[in-house]
Structure formats: C-alpha cells, structure tokens
Design a protein around this ligand. Structure first.
Ligand SMILES: *Cc1c(COP(=O)(O)O)cnc(C)c1O
Length: 394
C-alpha cells in the first residue's frame, strides 16, 4: 500500500495551479536529480513506467529483432515483456537460492558451453547461441526483492564477452551492493551500464506509475532520453530514429518527489519489517522448515514473507492465504517464473542443452512463497497481529 501522507497533495496542487501537468515541468527535473543523487548514478531519465524504461534501455544498447537477452526466469513478467517489445527473446536462467537472483556461475558456464564467440566488426565480439543461432545481445540481472547478485562477477562476464549489462532494478531503490572483492559498498546506480527503476503503485517509491533509467554515461543517458521522447530533433518536426512516447508527466513526478523526500524512512521500515518477521518466525524454521525471504547485505527488502517447506506448493500457499484472510490479513503468492508462462513457454532455457536432468531452483521455490503485509507505514501492532496469525496457522 502506498504511503501518501507527505507533500504529495501539495505538489499535485502546484501542478494544477501552474498548469504544468504534462511531460515538461520542474518536478520531472527535480525527481531526476533526486533519483540520480540517491542512487549515485549521476544521470537519470524518468519514464512512464519501469517496463517502458527497460524497453528504452535495451533499445539504447542495441538489443533488436531476433536477439537473445540473458534473463533470470524468476522475475516479474515485465522484464521478459520488455525484451519481447524489442523483437528479442529472453534466454532464461535459474536463480541462486541464497539471493533469488540470477546465478553468475551458471551464466558463465552457459556463455562458455552453449555459445560460440566470434570476432565481429571493429574488434568487437559477437556471441552466438549455438542451439538457436541467435545473437546474445545483453545480460539483464534482476534485483529480486531488492537483493543484489554478485555484480562483480556479472560485470566481469559482460566485459569478457563484450555484452552490455542492463539491470532490472525495478524493486531495488534504497539498495546498495557489498562488493566482496574490495569490501566496499557500491551504489545502486553504479553497478550496471544502465539500471531501471519502477515507481509503480506497489514499489517502495511510487509516482502512481512511472520509472527511471539511471547510469553514469551521460551520452548513453541522453540517447535514452532522446528515445523516450519520440527521438525528435528540435525545434522542427524532425525525427532521426524510431522513438517512443515514454516520458513521465509532471503530475507523476510531483508525487515521486514527495515520495523521494521520505525514501530513507521508507527503506528503513522495510528492513525493520524483514527483521521483525525473521525474529518472529525463527522457531518455525526448525519445527516446520519455513524460511523468511533471504536478503543480501544492503538489500532494500521491498517485499517480505515466508517460504513453505519443500514438497509443499501453490495449493498449500493458497490455503494459508485464505486462512490469513479470515484474520483480515492480506497475503499472496509471488512471481511465477517466466519459462512457465504461456507467452514464453518456447523461450530458450539455459543449461537444458548441457544436461538433461537440469532442474531449476525457481521451479520448486516460487510455488511455496507467501508475501506478507510489508507497507512502509505498517505499525508494530499490525506486525504483531500478522506474526501471531501466521504462527497460529502454521
Ligand atoms: C515492478 C517490476 C517491473 C515493472 O515495472 P512497471 O513500472 O510496473 O512497469 C519490472 N521488473 C520487476 C522485477 C518489477 O518488480
């Protein structure tokens, strides 16, 4: 549930009063400054949604018709949709059970064993996926729950194969990355070539709907901006490529600015919620094999909840959710992997060609997940009520 008790109303009034309601306005600029400073990216381009931000980012790095993009199968469908919107296809990978993010070791293995790397023009490499004959055009990690995978390794792979690294950071605002090689903390906006945030209604920061593409390369970001604003060459009606109408409006940004003013306390509360559940359900871990969602150091804890023990599935999850509903508590299942979704049932799946007895962590994990209430304004009393109800039911 969004928390809109700050300056949202005041700033919205200002949009109406000044008639700046559309895609030009002071709030869009201000939001971009706030986002780039909060994520350490240096540059930000606000977009109409996370999905359109991903589409623009992938287009900007040259993902096009017939290409493959490395993607974890355990993600919200929008990650795969953005790839398809480019005319490309996701190449689906499993996740690491400790982070719920793409496993860089599997990406390394599949790039090595399932692809052929050829010499292209201008000394560039071309990575061809052997089974489909398609070009691999980008690597797209997803920061599940605001957890960050091993970006040191993924960056090294991207560099080794000459592939752009585009992060789906839709649910990760507030997260930082602990670099295990240097022992240093790295900011969200510095981890990939381009990263994409979402400000949808269910995210930590919302604009009603919206997103942002962030990155450090000013030139690349201005190309993204050009693409998101119909690729118009001002002041005439000249357009130098096929662009999109993906800009954010001043009305959306007004809400976003008010939200960003409270980013710190929203994220802090999200982390407290995770810790609360971790403590409350510690005893269930031994007795019932139930786990609280994993987190990475500096993760933003976007959603929190529990995972039922192995062998259980969607049926039991729905049963628990319905019992919680009787207590007046809203609990839900979570993402169903992309390779199990109808539009992607024929997308290539990594390692299938290496080993026949492959089995995805994501396959047996997703259907045991229950998300619990975790709004940034949840009270201790509510957390206590949820914890008691869960303990009683399980
Ligand atoms: C929310 C989300 C998106 C899509 O963002 P929208 O703003 O809803 O378009 C993409 N990927 C992930 C991982 C998300 O959680």
């Amino acid at each position: 549930m969004p928390v809109l008790t700050g300056n949202e109303k005041k700033y919205l009034d200002n949009c109406i009063d000044t008639t700046y309601v559309s895609s030009v306005g002071a709030y869009v600029n201000r939001l971009e400054e706030m986002v780039s400073s909060a994520t350490g990216s240096g540059c930000a381009v606000c977009t109409s949604s996370g999905t359109t931000g991903l589409h623009a980012a992938l287009t900007a790095v040259g993902v096009g018709y017939g290409d493959l993009v490395v993607l974890p199968t355990f993600t919200f469908i929008a990650s795969a949709n953005a790839i398809r919107h480019c005319g490309a296809e996701p190449w689906l990978f499993d996740i690491n059970p400790m982070t719920w993010c793409m496993d860089e070791k599997q990406v390394a293995q599949s790039l090595r064993e399932e692809c052929e790397t050829l010499a292209g023009q201008n000394g560039k490499k071309v990575v061809m996926h052997s089974a489909t004959g398609r070009r691999v055009a980008a690597i797209m990690p997803v920061y599940t729950l605001g957890n960050i995978p091993n970006m040191v390794k993924l960056r090294a792979l991207a560099e080794q194969y000459g592939l752009p690294l585009i992060a789906d950071a839709a649910c990760a605002i507030g997260a930082t990355f602990f670099n295990p090689s240097t022992g240093e903390t790295e900011q969200l906006g510095q981890l990939a070539d381009l990263s994409v945030l979402s400000f949808n209604g269910n995210k930590t920061i919302t604009c009603g709907g919206g997103g942002a593409v962030i990155g450090r390369d000013e030139e690349q970001l201005s190309h993204v901006r050009h693409l998101t604003s119909t690729a118009r060459v001002w002041p005439d009606y000249d357009f130098d490529e096929v662009g999109f109408n993906y800009r954010m409006t001043n009305i959306q940004a007004a809400v976003g600015v008010a939200q960003m003013e409270r980013l710190g306390c929203f994220v802090e509360r999200k982390r407290e919620v995770r810790n609360w559940y971790r403590h409350s359900f510690a005893k269930l871990e031994d007795s019932a094999g139930i786990h609280v969602f994993p987190d990475t150091q500096g993760g933003s804890c976007w959603f929190s909840g529990i995972v039922l023990k192995e062998g259980y599935g969607l049926e039991q999850v729905k049963e628990v959710c319905s019992k919680l509903k009787d207590h007046g508590i809203e609990a839900r299942p979570f993402w169903k992997p992309v390779h199990l979704q109808k539009p992607y049932s024929n997308s290539p799946v990594a390692r299938k060609s290496i080993s026949d007895d492959w089995r995805f962590v994501a396959d047996t994990l997703w259907s045991r997940i229950i998300t619990l209430p975790c709004s940034a304004n949840i009270t201790d009393w509510e957390l206590d009520t949820v914890s008691r109800a869960v303990l009683e039911i399980l």
